[in-house]
Design a protein around this ligand. Structure first.
Ligand code: IPM
Ligand code: MN
Length: 384
């Protein structure tokens, strides 16, 4: 264990001991850019209305780590200062980052999102694909009974470690290389997390774990995946299967009911969860928890995608408040609820989820403006 982790584990132990004495939850907020700010502020309003249902009050501290901050400080990634600051908190809530008018796409995404995930060893990206009862799906003849599984995306290695090089730039022979790193420890700890999750979900009598990769082609990176599969398939408490990513993407659409908990490499998890979002009722309801399961570091919760410049700037490139009213905040509500669950605030989490769901199920949902959606959710959490 490295020095920082050791020190941090110790601090956590003391903190755990003091948990009973702690008077409030300490949350860092990173609204980010554009739509990220819109949905974070919307969420805060509803959380404020929810406060009577909380075991302990929540203290939010806002950090404006975003495109403007990167420009002002001339940085391309968060450094020890910012990360050290975030490390003080129990959890982090993030809106969305990226503003192409201010910064080249990719910089804040890697410099904030990927950086935080790695620095705090948030090695699981938990992305449930759960269609709520009463919400339509684009899959013909499928209902909430069929679409109910969780993708645990590997979130600290794989193709997203940011390693690679460019050869012979500017020539006809130019080549870009991107390295995919999969480690035995990395795959194993993810599989262990997923097994616990599958057992706790109780979806079927015998829980199921699907390991998804591309072992027929990515033969080097496949090594640890094969090894972990061989070790886990002999377990008695869970059925373990292997599937190639291409087949998984098809099966998800043809027979989603066969899945319980799925683990996969970072990029495969990134891409497949977008298809997952679509079958669970739309990207506007998709949730993502970047989790450090041991709780040594803070975890980070965020709606899946995106800062949506078109919901902030009009065609002349000016800020347009009317456009922000078209934004749907429910994915942010669900993500905040996932964070509340992790904090042991089950009652408030349930209420917030139900409020988001009541919005989505409103027959007039598509036409409702942001402020109406916030107001409706506030009324819901207050009266329940
Ligand atoms: C997502 C996004 C991010 C990711 C990018 C922007 C780093 O695509 O949340 O799915 O890969 O996780
Ligand atoms: Mn993505």
């Amino acid at each position: 264990m490295d020095e920082r982790k050791k020190k941090r584990s110790f601090v956590r132990l003391i903190k755990k001991g003091n948990e009973m004495l702690k008077k409030y939850h300490n949350i860092a907020l990173i609204p980010g850019d554009l739509n990220g700010v819109t949905v974070t502020e919307a969420t805060l309003e509803v959380v404020e209305a929810l406060k009577k249902s909380l075991e302990k009050p929540i203290k939010h501290t806002r950090y404006d780590y975003n495109a403007t901050y990167f420009n002002k400080h001339k940085i391309t990634t968060l450094g020890e200062n910012e990360l050290g600051e975030l490390e003080k908190y129990d959890q982090i809530f993030l809106g969305a980052v990226g503003d192409p008018k201010k910064i080249k796409p990719g910089i804040v995404e890697a410099g904030i999102l990927l950086k935080v995930r790695q620095y705090f060893d948030q090695y699981v990206n938990l992305r449930p694909v759960i269609l709520p009862e009463g919400v339509p799906t684009i899959l013909k003849d499928k209902t909430y009974k069929d679409i109910n599984f969780e993708i645990c995306r590997e979130n600290s290695e794989g193709l997203y470690i940011g390693a690679g090089w460019i050869e012979k730039e500017g020539t006809e022979e130019e080549a870009g290389y991107q390295v995919m790193k999969c480690t035995y420890k990395g795959v194993k700890r993810l599989a262990e997390f997923a097994v616990k999750r599958a057992i706790a979900r109780k979806k079927a009598k015998k829980p199921k774990l699907h390991m998804v990769f591309k072992t027929n082609v990515l033969t080097y990176a496949a090594h640890p995946w094969n090894r972990v599969f061989e070790e886990f398939r002999t377990r008695k408490d869970i059925d373990v299967y292997y599937m190639h990513i291409d087949n998984f993407m098809m099966q998800m659409l043809i027979k989603p009911e066969q899945f319980d908990v799925v683990i996969t490499e970072n990029m495969f998890g990134d891409i497949s969860t977008d298809a997952g979002a679509v079958i669970q009722g739309g990207i506007g309801s998709a949730v993502s928890g970047n989790i450090n399961p041991e709780g040594i570091y803070p975890s980070m919760f965020e709606p899946i995608h995106g800062s949506s410049p078109d919901k902030w700037y009009n065609s002349k490139g000016q800020y347009d408040a009317a456009l922000t009213q078209l934004v749907k905040p429910e994915a942010a509500f669900f993500s905040y609820a996932m964070m509340l669950e992790q904090m042991g605030e089950g009652k408030a989490a349930k209420l917030l989820k139900e409020a988001a769901l009541a919005n989505i199920k409103d027959p007039n949902y598509q036409n409702m403006k942001l402020k109406e959606l916030i107001a409706k959710a506030c009324v819901f959490v207050k009266k329940n």
